[in-house]
Design a binder for this molecule. Structure first.
Ligand SMILES: Nc1ncnc2c1ncn2[C@@H]1O[C@H](COP(=O)(O)OP(=O)(O)OP(=O)(O)O)[C@@H](O)[C@H]1O
Length: 504
């Protein structure tokens, strides 16, 4: 039976048509995988379904009845809940407070929390997702995986609120999860299927094929195909989405320019108490060194320490043979070190400004004030060049970054580092997070090109496949220490299984 449907839905934002006459039907107990390139309209569909956007035209039906969902609260009463990415929780509040923030009835009295009742109700929700934590733990103390489960628990309180069938929407929930966490999430999705239908957005084909019953493909605001899971393979889905064939890992060519070069960056016995211990590594100009490990393994801390963001570290860091004497990110940038953080929304993006301002910002940082002056026309040309190269979907470079889709915002934040000419070391933390498969392979080509031009690149990858495809050497991290080193990967590539063994 059809649990939910969209019929002929259109939605425009100014001059952008985000959804163009889109129809979708969701059967009871079904998981529908939603895929499409960055900016193809996936989030907009979910937001229409969740009552966050009103469509310009078309009909929304729940259980065969036409409805108007004017707010998330109305959608919730109709049994529809959107599981946000983990970033939407309020860090300073406890898990319990976050769970019931938008539905205080029963836990507050005259605006005052009734702590015992809040604890019990929160515990019951956390039990559903098998999260064994104190409900009063502050969200800031949780891992990404735990936060994602809290997001799910929050939406699952619909189970008590609504008696009928539920529709649970997941907008890229796995982007920040490691493989065991993804499996735990999939376990929960399978569990809730008995009384829910699910829409699941991901850029990873293997996940889509693992969890979905049907796959719904978007391109440029339109639905271009819907397929039963058993009737498609990843290559076909890729072509439907991107309109071209994908590049295979086997197509990569060995790069040897860096071998024997004087290192750009050397870490000797570097320790950050409680985070990394006794880390030594060398990175040469033209080399791509991949760091991998599960969340909390310390790989990200290495990047932040080199970028002047660790308060307290011991050991020695050398930059082209001299001690790296920096205390702040600004000093790192002035010396030619760039850093793309994983948390692009909070750390990388300058809100309420244009695409071009976001791209050009580092130029001044790198060259100093005054020295950074280039002609407007030249600057414009360079920015437009990156927008084309990374296929950033924006009406113009003057458009506000806030109005781009999530993946396109990430491309803008990335291109600001590629824009400068004085960089010598570039550190990338999960550079392809949130990017669609076509954008990923474009970015791979850009990263390799930069290394070929002599940039030293330190990469914390999103997936094993990414690290294996890009890196010349790999360091595996576990519990803050190096657990394996693989030099010259292309000579004898390690298997993914070997890498996982060293990670856990
Ligand atoms: N609030 C908004 N204001 C203006 N334009 C918007 C707004 N929200 C979305 N858009 C535009 O609508 C189009 C579809 O965006 P949407 O976020 O649905 O894409 P998506 O498929 O979810 O992309 P991604 O994979 O990058 O998350 C994009 O061109 C985007 O710039």
């Amino acid at each position: 039976m059809t649990a939910f449907s969209l019929e002929g839905i259109s939605k425009r934002f100014g001059e952008v048509t985000a959804l163009d006459n889109v129809s979708l039907s969701l059967n009871e107990g079904e998981v529908l995988g939603l895929i499409g390139q960055n900016g193809s309209g996936k989030s907009t569909i979910m937001k229409v379904m969740a009552g966050l956007h009103r469509p310009d035209s078309g009909v929304v039906k729940v259980g065969g009845r036409a409805v108007q969902l004017r707010s998330p609260a109305e959608a919730a009463l109709a049994g529809i809940g959107l599981v946000h990415q983990e970033q939407s929780l309020i860090q300073a509040l406890s898990v319990a407070e976050n769970l019931f923030l938008d539905k205080p009835a029963g836990s507050t009295w005259a605006g005052v929390y009734r702590w015992n009742s809040l604890r019990d109700r929160a515990k019951a929700q956390l039990d559903k997702v098998e999260l064994d934590i104190d409900p009063f733990t502050p969200v800031s103390a949780l891992s990404f995986g735990q936060r994602q489960m809290v997001e799910l628990a929050k939406v699952l309180s619909l189970e008590e609120l609504v008696h009928g069938h539920l529709v649970i929407l997941f907008d890229e929930p796995t982007a920040v999860l490691n493989p065991p966490e993804i499996q735990a999430l999939f376990g929960q999705i399978r569990r809730i299927k008995h009384r829910s239908s699910v829409v699941f957005v991901s850029h990873r084909m293997d996940e889509i094929l693992d969890i979905s019953d049907r796959v719904y493909v978007m391109s440029d605001g339109r639905n271009v195909a819907t397929r039963d899971r058993d009737a498609v393979n990843p290559d076909e889905l890729y072509e439907l989405m991107v309109g071209r064939q994908r590049v295979n890992r086997k197509d990569r060519k060995p790069r040897e320019a860096h071998i024997g070069a004087e290192p750009a960056l050397t870490l000797n016995h570097v320790t950050v108490p409680g985070e990394i211990e006794d880390i030594s590594l060398k990175l040469a100009p033209g080399e791509i060194l991949g760091l991998i490990g599960v969340q909390g393994s310390g790989a990200e801390t290495i990047l932040r320490t080199v970028f002047g963001m660790a308060d307290d570290w011991q050991g020695k860091i050398e930059y082209f043979g001299a001690p790296l004497d920096i205390d702040t990110p600004a000093q790192a940038v002035a010396k030619g070190i760039g850093y793309l953080p994983a948390e692009r929304k909070t750390e990388g993006m300058i809100r309420n400004t244009s695409v071009s301002e976001n791209v050009a910002i580092t130029y001044g940082w790198q060259h100093g004030r005054g020295a950074g002056l280039i002609s407007r026309a030249k600057e414009r040309g360079m920015i437009e060049g990156w927008v084309r190269k990374l296929a950033i979907k924006t009406p113009s470079i003057a458009h506000r970054i806030d109005n781009l889709s999530g993946g396109n915002q990430q491309k803008v934040v990335l291109s600001k580092w590629l824009f400068g000419k004085t960089l010598k070391v570039l550190m990338l933390d999960h550079p392809t997070r949130g990017l669609d498969p076509g954008a990923r392979s474009d970015l791979f080509a850009v990263i390799r090109e930069l290394a070929d031009q002599g940039l030293a690149i330190l990469l914390v990858g999103d997936t094993l496949d990414e690290v294996l495809t890009l890196s010349d050497s790999i360091i595996v991290m576990k519990d803050g220490r190096v657990s394996a080193r693989i030099e010259g990967v292309q000579a004898a590539p390690p298997s993914e299984e070997d890498l996982v063994k060293a990670m856990v």
